[in-house]
Write a protein that binds this ligand. Structure first.
Ligand code: 13P
Length: 250
């Protein structure tokens, strides 16, 4: 049985002064919902703070991207082992904002996926189509290509130590959520694609939905057979909202 997993993606938000209360509230609230896996992915400069505040809690820590390289002359980059140094268990790879704004190709995302696994981090691989692609009827093709790049680079067995997040780009930060049926359709397609390579890995891999998941729609989305949780943007910045989503997964 797959466990539900709710992860917050803070994106480029937060401050040293403000984070403490948010992290402490999430840690306190999540403690009573132990059946749901819970994590927050914070900006790099706040990893040390988050590690400290979340110590001993049930809330896992993650970063939002990483370098595909292990170390060396890559000014401004952050390696998987550095992220591990701060007690992280997770790292997001291939978020649509990285793909669109920083030119990360499927191949680059796959290389980061491999780098995360090599360091013992659990990558949260984001896939998803733009509105244009959905309207052109190529959602399945786009998502399959994004997924295949990671399967080819890391092998399907890697997905027993990885998480997939389906995030339709048109639903991110727009308040326009995919309907439960729309999301379920793509989640089922993703699981079927993994199953073509390995049915037991497919049965076990957690596939999260991301894109305007809020307290008022989380239960219905997570009630779908192939939706195993959420990757939460805006609502992860408000402790009560984030915790309401975590509870909706119980
Ligand atoms: P929102 O929840 O703000 O739509 O963001 C979703 C997301 O991009 C999570 O990675």
């Amino acid at each position: 049985m797959r466990r539900k997993f709710v992860a917050g993606n803070w994106k480029m938000n937060g401050s040293l002064a403000g984070n403490e209360a948010l992290l402490a509230a999430v840690a306190a609230g999540a403690a009573s919902v132990s059946q749901v896996e819970c994590a927050v992915c914070v900006p790099f400069p706040y990893l040390a703070q988050a590690q400290k505040v979340l110590a001993g809690s049930t809330v896992g820590l993650g970063a939002q991207t990483l370098s595909e390289h292990a170390q060396g002359a890559y000014t401004g980059e952050v390696s998987a082992s550095m992220i591990k140094d701060f007690g992280c268990r997770y790292v997001i790879v291939g978020h649509s904002e990285r793909r669109a704004l920083y030119g990360e190709s499927n191949a680059a995302v796959a290389a980061k996926f491999v780098a995360a696994l090599n360091a013992g981090l659990i990558p949260l691989l984001c896939v998803g189509e733009t509105l244009e692609e959905r309207e052109a009827g190529v959602t399945g093709k786009v998502v399959t290509e994004q997924l295949d790049a990671a399967i080819q680079a890391a092998g399907v067995a890697a997905f027993s130590k990885a998480v997939i997040a389906y995030e339709p780009v048109w639903a991110i930060g727009t308040g326009r959520t995919a309907s439960p049926a729309q999301a379920q359709e793509v989640h089922a397609l993703i699981r079927a694609r993994v199953a073509e390579s390995d049915a037991s890995v497919a049965a076990g891999v957690q596939i999260l939905y991301g894109g305007s998941m809020k307290p008022n729609n989380a239960a219905e989305l997570m009630g779908q057979p192939d939706i195993d949780g959420g990757l939460i943007g805006g609502a992860a910045l408000v402790a009560d909202d984030f915790l309401a989503i975590v509870r909706a997964g119980a």
